[in-house]
Design a protein around this ligand. Structure first.
Ligand code: ADP
Ligand code: NI
Length: 217
């Protein structure tokens, strides 16, 4: 099968499978990551077929919604790719990328690395920052019934991890815990550049948010 047709079939399969997915990991997230990945791969040496397949399949099944089964995503991707008669080495590479994509995996020390993983991971991280990042964070917080902000909790950010976890942290804390750290975790120079502008936007957002919160603006 030619690559173009394979990509089209994969996009159709992912869109169909994620029909009822929650807002943070729906088809539109996949489409944004796919576009980001293609943009980054224009200026980074990487195999475009692997990049596109991994971008499309990276959130095909989230362990969070499957009793913590970390292999559910890779397994789902393998059976789809086998159904399309994709070469075994391509399937292997794409599944390795899916396994190593997450923020958590990136802290656990990399056991696998490839230029294509770097590109797709950056593309996913870009979708967690900037205006989309702000929107996704508050969408997630609303879904979890969290407060947007609580100055009494934020004043206490030096509490231990256990203390912190036992409070239902307001959404604004997620910026300090993760979103503002992502800019310096980009693998590629291209994504680093794209991240600068999105990061600056989040800082502007936070300044304005606190100014309005405190009645200064
Ligand atoms: P991913 O699977 O993309 O690595 P997550 O599943 O952790 O990331 O998060 C999906 C989206 O929800 C992201 O935009 C992320 O920033 C946001 N999110 C995750 N945890 C929180 C949180 N505690 N508060 C606010 N937003 C969150
Ligand atoms: Ni994702």
């Amino acid at each position: 099968m030619n690559s173009q047709l394979l990509i089209e079939n994969t996009a159709a399969y992912v869109r169909q499978t994620l029909q009822n997915a929650e807002g943070g990991h729906d088809w539109w997230h996949i489409l944004r990551v796919w576009n980001n990945a293609k943009l980054i791969a224009q200026t980074e040496p990487a195999n475009m077929l692997i990049v596109e397949l991994a971008a499309l399949l990276h959130d095909i099944a989230d362990a969070k919604f499957h009793g913590g089964d970390e292999e559910i995503g890779p397994r789902t991707a393998i059976s789809f790719l086998q159904s399309q008669s994709v070469d075994a080495d391509v399937i292997e590479h794409v599944t390795q990328i899916i396994r190593h994509m997450s923020f958590k995996a990136s802290f656990e020390g990399k056991k696998f690395s490839s230029p294509e993983l770097d590109v797709v991971q950056d593309a996913d991280r870009l979708d967690a920052i900037g205006a989309i990042g702000v929107a996704r964070a508050f969408n997630y917080g609303g879904f979890k019934g969290r407060e947007m902000h609580n100055p009494e909790v934020s004043a206490n950010l030096n509490m231990t991890k256990e203390e912190y976890k036992s409070t239902t942290a307001p959404t604004i804390n997620h910026f300090y815990e993760k979103l503002l750290l992502l800019k310096d975790k980009m693998n590629t120079a291209t994504a680093q550049k794209l991240a600068e502008q999105r990061h600056a936007f989040m800082e502007t957002f936070l300044d304005q948010f606190y100014a309005e919160w405190e009645g200064r603006a």
